[in-house]
Design a protein around this ligand. Sequence first.
Ligand SMILES: Cc1cc2nc3c(=O)[nH]c(=O)nc-3n(C[C@H](O)[C@H](O)[C@H](O)COP(=O)(O)OP(=O)(O)OC[C@H]3O[C@@H](n4cnc5c(N)ncnc54)[C@H](O)[C@@H]3O)c2cc1C
Length: 238
Amino acid sequence: MFDRLVRLIRIYGNGGLIHAKFQIQGDSLIRVTIPNKNLMQYNPGSYVFLYVMTPLGFWQSHPFSPFISRQSGEEGSLTLLSKRQGGITKNLFNQLTASNGQAQHKVLVEGFYGHTPPLRVFHTIVILSSGSGITAVYSVADSLRNLASRGTHVVFRWIVQNESALDWANAELESLVGVVDLNIYITQGINERESATEKNATSSLPVLPITYSHDRPNVTAWVDGLVDEAKGSVAFMS
Ligand SMILES: Cc1cc2nc3c(=O)[nH]c(=O)nc-3n(C[C@H](O)[C@H](O)[C@H](O)COP(=O)(O)OP(=O)(O)OC[C@H]3O[C@@H](n4cnc5c(N)ncnc54)[C@H](O)[C@@H]3O)c2cc1C
């Protein structure tokens, strides 16, 4: 009973019913954009339970790791990236496919839960992620942007299967260029589209540091190399 009351207070504290934008991103992701007007204090690395007010799922809540959007026109919005699974996320994905990939739904946001990991005390901070797992760590990397000037080395490595991932994460990744030691590894589908590096080079956008790899990157060798090179203590987050 007390638990439910606390949940209700957290939902109410975030403004109750909120209109959110749902969009398909890439082949299997839904991007949920939630205006950040009345939300409670957000901490990088935290998670929320999301209730989507559709007839097929309003009674369920699911955990997601939000981040603050850097996309033009949506800056500052609370954003979730949800991978299509087999339950409500599949229903939502199918509904979006049937409505040109975009829709508005009312949502309830319960949270924030979790905490920001205490990485700032380390000399080298290594953040590794793959695919849509970036949502859980991007907000933490973004919060470490002022550490380089203090001599902390922040390394961010992201492994994706194909270049379509660059479409939905471009603005966020651009915001990390030059701030953290960023590298993106694309393991498949390299010849299917024009090179993202070339695409960016012809626009005014910064060129993302992309490494094309026909094999899976050797994460064990990375970890060993980073530990050998590091001066002082090293933290890994993945
Ligand atoms: C702290 C946390 C943060 C997360 N952040 C993200 C994120 O940012 N992006 C993302 O795509 N996914 C995230 N997930 C996973 C996400 O919650 C599930 O993918 C989602 O609940 C699947 O819903 P579904 O009904 O389509 O799942 P189903 O197809 O029914 O299940 C798919 C998988 O999700 C798990 N799952 C289903 N319901 C829940 C639930 N209520 N709580 C926990 N796990 C559940 C199942 O055990 C199964 O492994 C996170 C999970 C946790 C625990």
